[in-house]
Design a binder for this molecule. Structure first.
Ligand SMILES: Nc1ncnc2c1ncn2[C@@H]1O[C@H](COP(=O)(O)OP(=O)(O)O)[C@@H](O)[C@H]1O
Ligand SMILES: [Mg+2]
Length: 441
């Protein structure tokens, strides 16, 4: 900084003193000549430096010219400033590129539109959801590409608070939720979100509520019908009332069973994991076999084949509820005289299977994949007549899933069905085969 002012001033003053001395010695003319000549040279030096600087500034990416004195100082500062700015610019460009890259791969579709709805930029999800293409459609009017009337009308309304729900122009299976976001310079951002899964869950929830209401309405109507009839009787006799109790009880049982199953499902859904313990499946199987006999009331032959004494790691209550459902189905869907057999045996890869076979009516193949859906029944009337809720196999599937296990269904119409709960090796606590047990053990 010091050299900045004092050095040029010193040079000019020195020149002036030298000229004065010279004019004293050789006359004023020589003094002036020296002064003007010296100033001229000094000016030429500065102009030359200025020119070099101008040349460098035209292409500052080259290494800067070196100089001393005032110019050295100026050039050093200028160079530092330029490099600082260059660094900031490079960082801003890298940040922008990173942002664009992230937006390009966003799971939501993003399209930037100008004030007349021409496409400025779009990301990969937008290509997939809206069928527009970064390569082909830049600069195109989006209403010409996404032609659904509702979309065009919504876009023109420019109501930033209102979303639009529509099917994807690419596939009617895909449901989208669109939103507009204002951007600077009259541009706007069109956001497209894939809400297919949400829509599916919503539809399932609606179906479920409709099904539950429908299932409950019939028994409630029956009971209310009787109550109203009695209420209308001027002098109802106890005998008259008693006559209808069995039917009312049957309908109340139906409601209770439905509510019980709904609660079981709700509990399974609300508790993310099973509380594991050791479950003595052979003991559980004996209990289920005697329950099957009780349910059958002598109409079927019930057999139990315990090929293994292995136990399971799992939740005994949940497993009881699942396996009891399989057993009660076998009893209910097998005509009198049939045979129901339960078996506990090893499956492939060290797993175990709980098998419930019947010689019942069997199930046509097209129904099998849907049996575990809530309220799905092959024969609604038959299921109801035998006290079914249509939720049993949904509970079975849920319980088995929580035990990393699977339900296997094999069936032949007219011959019978076999439902097997297949448990993975990780849940098996191996036990001896019964014939390996020492007597008296
Ligand atoms: N052992 C079986 N034999 C024949 N059909 C069966 C058997 N088990 C289940 N099904 C069929 O699967 C449907 C769904 O079973 P489930 O979910 O337990 O409901 P439900 O309460 O009707 O028994 C039943 O309505 C029935 O049509
Ligand atoms: Mg059932």
């Amino acid at each position: 900084m010091v050299s900045f002012w004092w050095r040029p001033l010193g040079i000019v003053l020195g020149l002036a003193v030298l000229s004065l001395l010279l004019s004293g010695q050789f006359g004023t003319g020589s003094g002036w000549k020296l002064f003007v000549g010296g100033l001229g040279l000094y000016l030429f030096y500065h102009l030359r430096q200025l020119q070099r600087m101008a040349q460098w500034l035209a292409r500052p990416e080259r290494s800067p010219v070196t100089s001393d004195g005032v110019w050295g100082d100026v050039l050093y500062r200028l160079d530092k400033l330029l490099r600082l700015r260059q660094g900031a610019q490079q960082k801003a460009a890298a940040d922008l590129e990173q942002m664009l890259e992230a937006t390009r791969n966003l799971p939501d579709g993003v399209v930037i539109l100008d004030e007349s709805n021409r496409i400025q930029w779009l990301n990969l999800a937008a290509e997939r959801f809206l069928g527009v293409s970064q390569e082909r459609d830049l600069g195109q009017f989006i209403p010409y590409l996404v032609r659904q009337g509702r979309f065009v009308e919504w876009l023109n309304r420019e109501d930033y608070a209102q979303t639009l729900a529509m099917d994807s122009p690419v596939s009617r299976e895909k449901h989208l939720s669109l939103q507009l976001v204002p951007l600077p310079r009259l541009q706007k951002m069109l956001l497209a979100r894939d809400v297919t899964d949400l829509a599916r869950v919503d539809a399932m929830r609606r179906d479920f509520v409709a099904n539950v209401s429908h299932e409950l309405r019939t028994p409630i109507t029956v009971i209310v019908g009787f109550l109203e009839a009695f209420d209308d009787m001027p002098d109802p006799s106890p005998a008259e009332f008693r006559k209808h109790i069995p039917l009312m009880r049957e309908q109340s049982d139906r409601i209770r069973r439905l509510v019980d199953d709904l609660l079981t499902l709700a509990r399974l859904e609300s508790e993310p994991e099973t509380k594991d313990e050791t479950v003595d499946i052979p003991a559980l199987a004996r209990r289920l076999a005697s329950e099957a006999e009780a349910m059958s009331q002598g109409r079927h032959r019930v057999t139990l084949n315990l090929e293994s004494q292995s136990r399971l790691i799992g939740n005994s209550q949940e497993l009881y509820s699942a396996l009891a459902n399989l057993v009660s189905n076998a009893v209910r869907y097998t005509p009198a005289g049939g045979h129901i057999s339960l078996a506990w045996s090893a499956t492939e890869n060290g797993g175990m299977g709980f098998k419930v076979s019947d010689t019942g009516e069997g199930i046509e193949p097209q129904h099998i994949p849907r049996l575990t859906e809530r309220f799905y029944r092959v024969d609604r009337g038959r299921s109801r007549a035998s006290g079914g809720t249509g939720l049993g196999l949904a509970i079975v599937k849920h319980v088995l899933q929580r035990h990393q296990s699977k339900l296997r269904v094999e069936s032949t119409v007219g011959k019978g069905s076999t439902f097997t709960a297949v448990f993975p090796a990780e849940r098996v606590i191996p036990g001896k085969r019964p014939d390996e047990q020492a007597i008296g053990e």
